[in-house]
Design a protein around this ligand. Structure first.
Ligand code: F6P
Length: 485
């Protein structure tokens, strides 16, 4: 039975998964038994499902356009959310004279806004304002140098986005931008006016030197990789208008409603999650690909990599047992480009790698030839899925494609802020279902702390402090000495 589920302008087609009715029943029974839908209900009830940090994960509240309260410990958080909306809208009405926005942030403080702004820009390059956005995440100064070479210092605002306001890359970049402003004779009050903080740690932002009126808060019940719906999404509102930002929220909210109300057999996030579980059971897959056949969605795989692998690149469950397998390696890039890169492996490689194809029903440019381009794009997407599934029965094994390689096809009716919001929320809820099935905490990331801790003495040693070498292993110490020689 092929599953075709439509919701919020998206249509999920799992036909090439070739999952039988009986297998679907078993998958759904398993997911419910593992508490996938109960996890959903607990999340929406504001329960502390982020157990290790004893926090709720109530990111749907950030896009809650219903008049319903959403509470944590009995307190409705919607007044807080709506106040930030009001302040963001006010800022968006006072953009006169601003030419550049430097957006500093990394990880969940960068991928979401970067993806959405890039996507919306490529949908209507002419229909947005002339403000230049410069996203800078890396501590590699090349990214910042490029931004500073393009921005006009006296008409620039700097969004410093960091949930913790302690992230090395973001604070280092922020300090360098401040130095740049000073080098261009900005006065202290002009610098103060230029800096805007977006954080769940307003005290640290104020201590850094950001004026309290320029701090847009979000909260510890918002996971970093789930934060684009908060003021972290400010660049979207600034560049494309506050109404477009609200459309983005509206699409996600509509997907929330679908996730809440659709029966398990017609529930898109759950169904999408179960196709991965099926692929793991049937094919033992350890990698999966996300291939958006849309230039405007070329950053989607990178956003999904953090969502999937930072949430579920784990083997210890919330009850301390080992869970294996959990998240596969997630990769991807835009089609049709990727056909000229790793599709050879997808078709004839030694491992089966399931693919989520994403295709947009409507052409994505205003060019007179857009329809012809789009027909070729869609033809290639459909052909790749067919070839992966059916293969070719060439007598010569060398040229033959084995087939039996599953994929999903997700149609997006039209690529705009609303449907983009629905798409990202779909994958967020898919992650929630997978976390429940694997009994993992989808909302913490303990594994990233070790590298950050080890980098501190290494940086000191690279800076010439040889005493820092004591706590460093001999191979790394030798590398530092070689570099410094
Ligand atoms: O990668 C680790 C991480 O903590 C992510 O979870 C987070 O999105 C990113 O670093 C940035 O953190 P912050 O928003 O606190 O600067």
């Amino acid at each position: 039975m092929s599953k075709l589920i439509s919701a919020v302008g998206l249509t999920l087609d799992t036909a090439y998964q070739k999952i039988s009715d009986d297998e679907w029943r078993q998958l759904i029974d398993m997911a419910i038994g593992r508490g996938a839908l109960k996890k959903r209900d607990d999340l929406l009830a504001g329960k502390a499902i982020n157990q290790s940090e004893n926090r709720a994960a109530l990111h749907p509240a950030l896009r809650n356009l219903s008049n319903r309260a959403m509470t944590i410990d009995g307190i409705d958080v919607m007044p807080l959310v709506k106040n930030v909306w009001q302040r963001m809208s006010g800022f968006c009405n006072q953009l006169m004279g601003i030419t550049d926005i430097i957006c500093l942030g990394i990880g969940g403080s960068d991928w979401g806004p970067r993806l959405v702004c890039d996507a919306l820009y490529h949908i209507n390059p002419k229909e947005n304002n002339a403000i230049r956005l410069h996203f800078v995440a890396n501590i590699d100064s090349a990214e910042l140098a490029t931004a500073l070479s393009r921005a006009q210092p006296h008409s620039t605002r700097v969004l410093i986005t960091s949930k913790t306001f302690t992230t090395l890359e973001t604070l280092r970049n922020a300090q360098t931008v401040i130095n740049w402003l000073k080098q261009h004779n900005a006065t202290p009050s002009q610098i103060k006016k230029s800096l805007i903080g977006i954080t769940a740690n307003p005290e640290a932002a104020e201590a850094f030197g950001i004026a309290p009126d320029n701090i847009y808060p979000f909260w510890d019940w918002v996971g970093g990789r789930f934060s684009v719906w908060s003021a972290v999404g400010f660049p979207i509102a600034i560049k494309f208008g506050f109404d477009t930002y609200m459309d983005f929220l509206a699409g996600a909210h509509a997907m929330d409603e679908h996730f809440i109300t659709a029966p398990a057999t017609e529930n898109m996030p759950l169904t999408l999650a179960l196709t991965l579980i099926h692929n793991q059971k049937k094919h033992g897959i350890t990698a999966k690909a996300l291939i958006p056949y849309a230039h405007a969605l070329r950053l989607l795989p990178e956003w999904l990599q953090q969502l999937e692998m930072e949430s579920h690149g784990k083997t210890v469950t919330m009850s301390g047992e080992t869970c294996d397998p959990t998240s596969p390696v997630v990769f991807g890039s835009a089609g049709s480009n990727s056909q000229h890169s790793y599709f050879q492996m997808l078709h004839q490689g030694s491992q089966i790698i399931p693919v989520d194809f994403i295709a947009v029903q409507e052409p994505m440019s205003q060019l007179p030839e857009a329809k012809e381009h789009h027909e070729a794009l869609i033809a290639n997407c459909l052909a790749q899925a067919q070839a992966l599934a059916n293969g070719s029965n060439e007598t010569n094994a060398y040229n033959s494609c084995p087939g039996n390689r599953p994929s999903n096809l997700l149609w997006v009716k039209k690529l705009d802020a609303y449907h983009l919001g629905a798409l990202l929320a779909l994958y967020e809820h898919r992650a929630l279902c997978l976390g429940a099935i694997w009994n993992l905490n989808s909302f913490d990331q303990p594994g990233v702390e070790l590298g950050k801790k080890l980098a501190k003495p290494i940086q000191q040693a690279l800076h010439g402090d040889n005493s820092a070498l004591n706590g460093i292993d001999e191979i790394t110490a030798a590398r530092i000495k070689w570099l410094n020689s």
